[in-house]
Design a protein around this ligand. Structure first.
Ligand code: CUA
Length: 194
């Protein structure tokens, strides 16, 4: 049998082997696609960052964090639990490195409770386990969460946004007492859990 005169390099590739040019073309396409995806994600991150800014997940209500202690809703005398005319209660707290002010609040069980929090310095977190209360506390904004505690008990939860060296020591304490007992507490007792 005569030897084949054709160049072996020009012979067709065996089944299943993809030619190098095809591989290179496919890889170039993938690189372009990946670059486009990265670009799209970058644009989304920047655009949402600029448009939505950073605020607590609850609502967008701004406040000047530098004058909290001087005037307005979050002056010291207005912090803690306040009974509203409609029977609900409002709890106002300030989060700051590294404590919640007041450190402990008392609320009645079986009653609508609205928490309003703001930060005096950096981003903190406020979360009460087994409830729907879980929010960031961002300086410049008021975080608002509504809940209702079915049973009495004590809720203790550390700040859950890293806020500095004392983060681990920053705890919120919420004490839930029966309605009747709450009604007999003084304003001071409601905010210091004594
Ligand atoms: Cu405040 Cu972590």
């Amino acid at each position: 049998m005569a030897e084949s005169p054709t160049n072996p390099l020009a012979a067709p590739l065996p089944d299943g082997i993809v030619p190098a040019e095809v591989v290179a073309r496919t890889e170039r396409r993938w690189i372009k696609m990946m670059a486009a995806m990265l670009l799209i994600m970058l644009v989304v991150v920047v655009a949402t960052g600029i448009a939505g800014a950073m605020h607590p997940p609850s609502n967008v209500e701004v406040i000047d964090p530098t004058t909290l202690h001087l005037r307005g809703e979050f002056v010291e005398s207005n912090l803690g639990t306040a009974a509203e005319p409609d029977g609900s209660v409002t709890v106002r707290l300030i989060a700051q490195q590294y404590e919640f002010v007041p450190r402990c609040v008392t609320v009645p069980a079986g009653t609508p409770v609205m928490f309003r929090l703001t930060s005096a310095d950096v981003v903190h977190g406020f979360l009460l386990p087994d409830t729907n209360v879980n929010t960031m506390v961002v300086p410049g904004f008021v975080a608002e969460v509504r809940t209702r505690f079915a049973n009495e008990g004590e809720y203790a939860m550390p700040c859950h946004e890293f806020c500095g060296l004392g983060h681990h020591a920053m705890w919120a304490h919420v004490r839930v007492v029966p309605k009747e007992r709450f009604a007999n507490l003084t304003a001071v007792q409601r905010t210091n859990c004594e």
